[in-house]
Design a protein around this ligand. Structure first.
Ligand code: MD3
Ligand code: FE
Length: 201
């Protein structure tokens, strides 16, 4: 699909371990929690976030907000290694203002959806996969055929142009396919521009 850019094995084993340690340290302050859909159904994915804004879902709807919904504290900062990766791979003129952290444990999946809660749909999304391999499904915004891509630990992909509004989801995670995460499972990081562009004057 045009605008789907994929860098398999972008991160070395030691870079993956270092990044995972940083994310787990951030999650000590901003714990993983299980959001509910506006209809009240719990997600099977657990989430947290880093950066000025974090994506949340509850009875009131989907949105980005500056604080963790359980602790009420500001989200921890995005590790510099990730903002560097965003700059180097996307070339986007502004740094990411949100990094959603999704944790998939036994049986977790994510249904097909579009990412529409960001102000500027022209900005790319950059995804970093850590831990067990996911079966990722992607299709055009308007429907039609889909294709699957396996996202393994250390793989990075960017969604730009038409792919930015693509329908996508995680069919399943292949348990035991990586030894990176303690207790198994998968962690996916998505770097985004969620809020309005800041105009430097
Ligand atoms: C395609 N996350 O957080 S990452 C999400 O693996 C999300 O946790 C999945 O979908 C995960 O919203 C997929 C790859 C990805 C991320 C953002 C996209 C694919 C995308 C935005 C637009 C199109
Ligand atoms: Fe998504």
């Amino acid at each position: 699909m045009e605008g789907f850019r994929f860098w398999p094995g972008a991160l070395s084993a030691s870079e993956q371990a270092d990044l995972l340690a940083r994310v787990l340290a951030a999650a000590e302050d901003a714990p993983f929690y299980r959001p509910v859909t506006p209809g009240g159904r719990p997600f099977s994915v657990e989430m947290t976030g880093m950066g000025p804004l974090g994506w949340v879902s509850d009875r009131a709807g989907y949105r980005y907000q500056p604080t963790h919904p359980v602790t009420g504290a500001p989200w921890p900062p995005i590790p510099e290694r990730l903002t560097d990766l965003w700059r180097d791979l996307t070339g986007w003129p502004e740094p990411p203002d949100a990094c959603l952290v999704n944790r998939y444990r036994e049986g977790a999946r994510m249904g097909m959806h579009q990412d529409l809660d960001e102000v500027d749909h022209g900005a790319p999304v950059l995804s970093v996969s850590l831990g067990d391999t996911a079966v990722f499904r992607i299709g055009a915004a308007g429907g039609g055929p889909t294709r699957t891509v396996r996202l393994a630990s250390g793989d990075v992909c960017a969604l730009t142009g038409p792919a930015r509004l693509a329908r996508h989801g995680i069919d399943r995670v292949i348990a035991g396919s990586s030894t990176l995460t303690p207790g198994g499972g998968r962690i996916n990081l998505t770097l985004r521009r969620a809020g309005p562009a800041s105009h430097q004057t």
